[in-house]
Write a protein that binds this ligand. Structure first.
Ligand code: SAM
Length: 282
């Protein structure tokens, strides 16, 4: 028995018109569709006349369900993987399944289509020759701020996914970490009725979102222009290195290592590490 094929199929991020003809064709011909949330995907599949058995594959069952799906593929079934919206594996489940399938020599075929990340990048007018995708920032404020501090000297365009309940806090933390005047673009509800793509300086965007409750609703991609130069100044660089090391090491070790990396004095670096630690805990 020849193994079946695993198709990784992108679905719309809000606008059904973005479903590709090839996606509909593949979804209609496979033996089974692995969906992040079967109840969520059912209306979409019915809309396109797809009536194929569904299996749930989400972050909580991927460890057990992945191997079962791989067994089915090895047994000759063809399977399509979809997520709730957009491209599977882009901040969505499927990584273990795809990796496991490839390790078994199973053919994995992408069926590309909508993706909030590329949609936002394509319309933002920020440099796209090099960019980094950070996915979702940490939910806890201290971890989020530490992450942003680490990213503050990144020269490539930065891309983040964000949800409605954290957009204001994240914008504020970005103003603090990247500076009020750093250029950014907020892409909200892409492809949907209330699609809004707004560019400006970070502080302007923060104030605009804070003033308009409607602009805090829905789904967001936040793009931030990269830093102009890699090392802004010695203090910023010391903070960046310390923030990174403090996520893994005790204060004393982090400070000693940071002083060696940056060439700054040991005592001021230690005092700064204590202050950063206090801020993070406060
Ligand atoms: N795999 C999906 C993709 O390819 O777009 C992304 C899934 S991720 C779990 C969901 C996040 O993507 C949302 O919180 C939001 O940040 C972003 N997103 C999804 N749809 C969006 C849309 N229509 N407009 C803006 N952002 C969107």
């Amino acid at each position: 028995m020849n193994p079946g094929t695993l198709y990784v199929v992108a679905t719309p991020i809000g606008n059904l018109g973005d479903m590709s003809a090839r996606a509909v064709q593949i979804l209609g011909q496979v033996d089974r569709i692995a969906a992040e949330d079967t109840r969520h995907s059912l209306p979409l599949l019915r809309h396109f006349g797809v009536n194929v058995p569904l299996t749930a594959l989400h972050e909580h069952n991927e460890r057990e369900q992945g191997p079962r799906l791989i067994e089915a593929l090895l047994g000759g079934e063809s399977i399509a993987l979809i997520s709730d919206a957009g491209t599977p594996l882009v901040s969505d489940p499927g990584y273990r399944l795809v990796r496991g399938a490839r390790a078994q020599g199973i053919t994995v075929v992408p069926v590309p289509g909508p993706c909030a990340l590329t949609a936002a990048l394509s319309a933002a007018g920020l440099p796209t020759d090099h960019f980094i995708f950070e996915g979702f920032l940490p939910a806890k404020a201290a971890a989020r701020r530490a992450r942003l501090q680490i990213l503050s000297t990144e020269v490539r365009t930065l891309a983040f996914f964000e949800s409605s309940h954290r957009i204001e806090a994240s914008l504020q933390d970005m103003v603090d970490a990247f500076g009020a005047t750093r250029e950014a673009v907020l892409a909200r509800e892409l492809t949907k009725t209330f699609e809004t793509i707004r560019g400006g300086e970070l502080e302007q965007l923060r104030a605009w979102v804070a003033a308009q409750p409607d602009q805090r609703k829905g789904e967001f991609v936040l793009l931030v222009h990269g830093a102009e130069t890699r090392v802004v100044d010695a203090e910023v660089e010391t903070d960046r290195v310390l923030s990174l090391l403090l996520t893994e090491l005790p204060v004393k070790q982090a400070a000693a290592l940071a002083a060696r990396i940056t060439g700054a004095g040991r005592n001021p670096t230690y005092q700064r590490a204590l202050a950063l630690k206090r801020d993070a805990e406060g």
